[in-house]
Design a protein. Structure first.
Length: 87
């Protein structure tokens, strides 16, 4: 996923992101937990989709976004949870 290094900053807010804190990978950079999308946003997304497969930058289908959301909820998560994760 996202390789950590000294000097990593958030693509959206430009704040420094300390190593070991949650991040969200974007095709253009990295987002901090505060700027990362929430799981609810997966379902709010309209076409064209802003959520993409990082390997080939193809848009995630509505079905795939629903799968990700449902798995998070089934694991005890909330729709308002940030999608940022620790590498």
């Amino acid at each position: 996923m996202n390789q950590r290094h000294d000097g990593l900053s958030c693509l959206a807010c430009a704040k420094s992101i300390p190593e070991g804190t949650p991040t969200y990978p974007d095709v253009s950079g990295t987002l901090c937990a505060e700027c990362a999308p929430t799981y609810a946003m997966l379902l709010e997304e309209t076409e064209p989709c802003g959520f993409v497969n990082l390997d080939d930058e193809s848009p995630l289908s509505a079905d795939r976004r629903r799968e990700i959301y449902d798995a998070h909820i089934a694991a005890g998560g909330k729709p308002s949870d940030s999608m940022a994760r620790v590498d």
